[in-house]
Design a protein around this ligand. Structure first.
Ligand code: FSO
Ligand code: SF4
Length: 543
């Protein structure tokens, strides 16, 4: 075994990637990512044992978020960039240690490396499998994956200038706890729920950051065809990158299209003023393999999910920013004011052919909490009259596995008096199906990106209040969630912390759940996998 990673849904054989990642991550990248997580834990150890206030270490806070984000599935494949980040984190850790005396720090806070070879040697001893007990390992990793998702959302909020230092303080506490051998499995289960609680805060923070800067998402019809101009495709989740790109492309004759998780940007009022913001091109992240070929122009990745490009020609058109990275692709770095210069992308676009049209029509979305609550009377009336029998939360991620066809079929076969609430790239399995509406309420309500699952929780809590219920589980809402990477893990933990029960998770349960931990999730929270479409619909509809 040369590496070990089981953090995402596509992990090899459902148990772990041991030679090369199904995502394309090689042994070196996997090991460097393990070491980056380890040094981040070391910083957490220094902060917790040294009782350092997160308020006083702003740069460390930001680099911890970035480091965790870098290790999310499909975000960064660039060995050199990860190595540089390890060096930076060791340096920050050593600076921080000067504030601490008289406490025994862990190895993660003390180790030193001198070069790539010593990094890889150290990494081999500190990865996931260094925790021998499989249940403790399972709980520790579930917490770490939740923290990675939390860090990604907090990092986006930070880019808009919003912070909640309680979240940073919690990240230190939780990371340090994953190295504490005195904690019992029960302690770790409790910490898992605490992670979910802070996940709610992180999503609320990002929601506040996005809506205060770009307005509340509103019902919007997004064109999925193409225009005749050369164009740039922007993917990932970072709205500040999109804003800067739209500003810089004004008047250049270059259009901007969204891909995958950037689609919901169209729902924000602030981006509607850009006449070159042309529409959405293609489907979810994994479809980039063919869609980047026909798009013809340059692509900007602001976060995951990157699939290793099939050709040099496509690699040459990919640019990355923020936590994302790919070897051989240009990485755009901000100046000291956070400004990014996208001239190279714009100039490349001008020389490229316009995108080839691969579909035509529109997608309707923009049903985040503010918009849905504005329609609350209509929605409540439809529920009371029986026109809407049930809501299905089908948020989460899409992925490559054939078994994900389940979600298309599930959406198609749902009774016509049901409504799908969605967020994240999972939507691409059914958002072009034309499932109709119920008295003017579309049967697929897209709240936005995966982080906008927060909106779905706000909507559920609002409905609970309107219907005068004591428990969110009494609502006519079923949860059939598709997961792929660690942002989905924090969304799941957030829902559990809000008391949501009986969530179905597919297309497969996480490989990082040991049998005992899976049993706890089943017994305590009613978590289940998915079966056949027909059986599941019967089960959900209570037939
Ligand atoms: Fe999808 Fe990728 Fe948004 Fe994830 S594009 S899979 S959960 O990064 O973050 O939903
Ligand atoms: Fe395997 Fe997923 Fe880890 Fe990639 S991120 S190495 S596919 S488990």
């Amino acid at each position: 075994m040369s590496m070990f990673c089981f953090q995402c849904q596509e992990t090899a054989k459902g148990t772990g990637c041991e030679i090369k990642g199904v995502c394309g991550k090689n042994e070196v990248v996997a090991k460097l990512q393990d070491l980056l997580v380890y040094v981040t834990k070391g910083i957490a150890d220094v902060v917790v044992k040294g009782e350092i206030d997160a308020k006083s270490i702003s740069e460390v806070n930001h680099q911890v978020l970035k480091s965790l984000f870098i290790t999310i599935t499909n975000a960064n494949f660039d060995e050199d960039a990860i190595e540089k980040q390890i060096v930076k984190m060791i340096d920050l850790r050593n600076q921080l240690k000067k504030q601490v005396s008289g406490v025994k720090l862990s190895d993660a806070a003390e180790f030193e490396v001198t070069d790539r070879a010593s990094m890889l040697e150290k990494a081999a001893k500190v990865g996931v499998l260094s925790t021998e007990n499989e249940d403790v390992r399972s709980l520790r990793e579930m917490i770490i994956y939740g923290l990675k998702g939390m860090a990604a959302y907090t990092h986006h909020a930070l880019n808009i200038g919003k912070e909640n230092l309680d979240i940073n303080a919690f990240i230190y506490k939780a990371l340090a706890a994953t190295m504490d051998d005195s904690l019992t499995a029960d302690d770790l289960v409790a910490l898992t729920l605490k992670t979910g609680e802070h996940g709610v805060s992180a999503m609320a923070l990002l929601d506040e950051a996005n809506t205060s800067k770009y307005g509340n998402p509103e019902i919007t019809s997004v064109n999925i065809g193409v225009r005749k101009n050369p164009a740039i495709l922007i993917s990932g989740h970072d709205l500040t990158d999109l804003e800067q790109l739209l500003e810089q492309t004004q008047g250049t004759g270059v259009d901007v299209y969204t891909h995958s998780e950037m689609l919901p940007a169209h729902y924000y009022p602030a981006f509607k003023k850009y006449d070159n913001f042309a529409g959405n091109y293609g489907g979810s992240w994994w479809q980039q393999i063919t869609e980047f070929e026909t798009f013809n122009g340059p692509i900007l990745f602001t976060t995951n999910c990157i699939v290793p490009p099939r050709s040099e020609e496509i690699r040459g058109r990919i640019f990355t920013s923020g936590a994302s990275g790919y070897p051989g692709c240009s990485h755009i770095v901000p100046d000291e004011n956070g400004k990014k210069d996208f001239t190279a992308i714009i100039e490349m676009a001008k020389k490229c052919k316009p995108p080839v049209e691969i579909e035509t029509g529109n997608i309707v979305g923009g049903f985040a909490h503010n918009q849905v609550i504005a329609l609350a009377d209509k929605v409540v009336e439809a529920v009371k009259s029986g026109a809407i029998k049930k809501f299905f939360v089908m948020a989460g991620c899409d992925g490559r596995m054939k078994s994900r066809e389940y979600y298309t079929s599930f959406a198609e076969k749902l009774p016509k008096d049901t409504v799908i609430l969605t967020a994240g790239c999972a939507k691409y399995r059914y958002n072009k199906l034309n499932l109709g509406d119920i008295g003017g309420i579309p049967r697929v309500l897209d709240a936005g990106q995966c982080n906008d699952s927060y909106s779905l929780a706000v909507i559920a809590l609002k409905l609970k209040e309107v219907f005068g219920l004591d428990d969110v589980n009494e609502l006519p809402i079923a949860y059939n969630i598709a997961w792929y990477e660690q942002k989905a893990v924090i969304v799941l933990l957030a829902l559990l912390s809000l008391g949501v029960k009986n969530i179905h998770l597919g297309p497969t349960l996480p490989g990082f759940l040991s049998p005992n931990v899976a049993k706890v999730l089943v017994e305590k929270f009613g978590i289940a996998g998915v079966g056949t479409v027909e059986d599941d619909i019967k089960l959900f509809m209570g037939e």
